[in-house]
Design a protein around this ligand. Structure first.
Ligand code: FES
Ligand SMILES: [Fe+2]
Length: 396
């Protein structure tokens, strides 16, 4: 096992230990002031889904890839985002740029591959060719096509920035959107996320799962520390405490600490001295649709990308990041086993419950949904979504 200590200062760690010991001793959890009612149509309404894609995902940065997925110049990856399929390309100067994956001629998909390395992207339909900088290089039989100003026919570009080991994108080629991840995260959350040292991890597995579930149902499932005993009785429930969480909102985003049951082995130590590093999970929830879960020996990064054109579809992008590159057979076997367990928990438990939820909230007669005071992180998410729509320029 490759454990890394929690890279926070002693005071922060003592705070985590104190909060968890208190909750576990008293059977408590962090709580919101009130129960929150939510209209179930947030999960089903196609108009709301279209607005989310246009007004929210067209403006805010989301994670599109880990930097190690594009290690070298001319490496590319195609990624389906809420509004566009985007091809990310590492440039000669090391920077990553992103282009809408649509040929400017008549709209063919320019890059069909998921990843690879290319200096020239040639469209299969009529053979127009683009450089890795998105510029149109050549038009087949140009003398017969008619006059075209090639400089206006570059691939449409989306704003991209690399930070914390990830490639972030604003999913719009409107040309008037500025990307500034540090500003988006806010100083406190940016620092807390920096402590995850995501740039020092390696992306061992990145997989997509297309599910017929609204993206917010899935975000809710991962913000929720209250369902472990009931939903995950057969798998992880024996290892994690249920319904005991320390939640810290940090501007738009938030951090949650939960405990493994192994924390009991250090509970008689004073919080300031307790070696809790291997016994807690630190989760960062990034509005609107991402979660970075730090387990003591790896990171799980999840993105819930709304599928284009529907309220009831999400591409879950799941990544498992390890501190050391997975090279030996022994390492591979260990992490593949870990991944299989994760998949079993997801597929056989979370998805079963949430496919059912998606179906049942579409019933004609459904009252409001209730988020308890203990479901404080979910409340933060729904309240933030409400504020973001009330004033889209401020984004909550
Ligand atoms: S659509 Fe791409 S070259 Fe014609
Ligand atoms: Fe779950």
């Amino acid at each position: 096992m490759v454990y890394t200590d929690l890279p926070y200062d002693e005071e922060t760690k003592a705070g985590f230990a104190r909060a968890m010991f208190d909750h576990l001793d008293n059977g408590t959890t962090d709580m919101a002031p009130e129960i929150l009612e939510v209209d179930p149509r947030v999960y089903t309404d196609p108009e709301l889904a279209a607005r989310e894609r246009r007004e929210l995902f067209g403006y805010v940065p989301i994670i599109a890839a880990h930097s190690t997925e594009l290690p070298g110049n001319n490496d590319f990856a195609t990624v389906q985002l809420p509004n566009n399929e985007v091809v990310l390309v590492r440039q000669a100067d090391g920077r990553v740029r992103g282009f809408v994956n649509t040929c400017r001629h008549r709209g063919a998909q320019l890059v069909p591959e998921e990843k690879g390395s290319k200096r020239i992207f040639s469209c299969r339909y009529h053979g127009w060719a683009y450089g890795s900088d998105g510029r149109l290089r050549s038009i087949a039989d140009e003398h017969t096509f008619g006059t075209v100003d090639r400089s206006c026919m570059s691939l449409l570009e989306v704003p991209v920035e690399e930070r914390h080991g990830f490639v972030w994108v604003i999913d719009s080629a409107a040309g008037d959107r500025e990307i500034d991840i540090a500003e988006w995260l806010g100083r406190e959350f940016d620092e807390s996320l920096a402590a995850m040292e995501m740039d020092k991890y390696h992306c061992h597995i990145a997989q997509n799962f297309d599910v017929d579930i609204n993206w917010k149902v899935l975000m809710d499932a991962f913000l929720d520390g209250y369902h472990i005993t009931s939903t995950h009785a057969g798998t992880v429930a024996p290892y994690f405490y249920n319904n005991a969480q320390a939640w810290e909102p940090m501007g738009r985003h938030g951090r949650m600490v939960t405990a493994r049951k192994s924390i009991d082995s250090v509970r008689d130590v004073k919080p300031e001295d307790a070696p809790i590093d291997r016994h807690i999970t630190v989760a960062h929830f990034l509005m609107p649709n991402m979660s970075v879960l730090r387990q003591p020996d790896h990171l799980e990064v999840l993105n819930f990308v709304p599928a284009p054109g529907t309220a009831v579809g999400t591409r879950m992008q799941m990544r498992l990041l390890t501190r050391e590159p997975v090279v030996t057979d022994e390492q591979k076997a260990r992490w593949d086993k870990n991944w299989k367990i994760l998949m079993a928990v997801l597929r056989d438990e979370d998805l079963v419950v949430n496919v059912g939820l998606q179906k049942s909230v579409a019933n004609t007669d459904v009252g409001p949904l209730y988020f308890g005071r203990n479901e404080i992180a979910n409340q933060h998410f729904h309240q933030w979504m409400g504020r973001a729509f009330a004033d889209p320029r401020k984004w909550g």
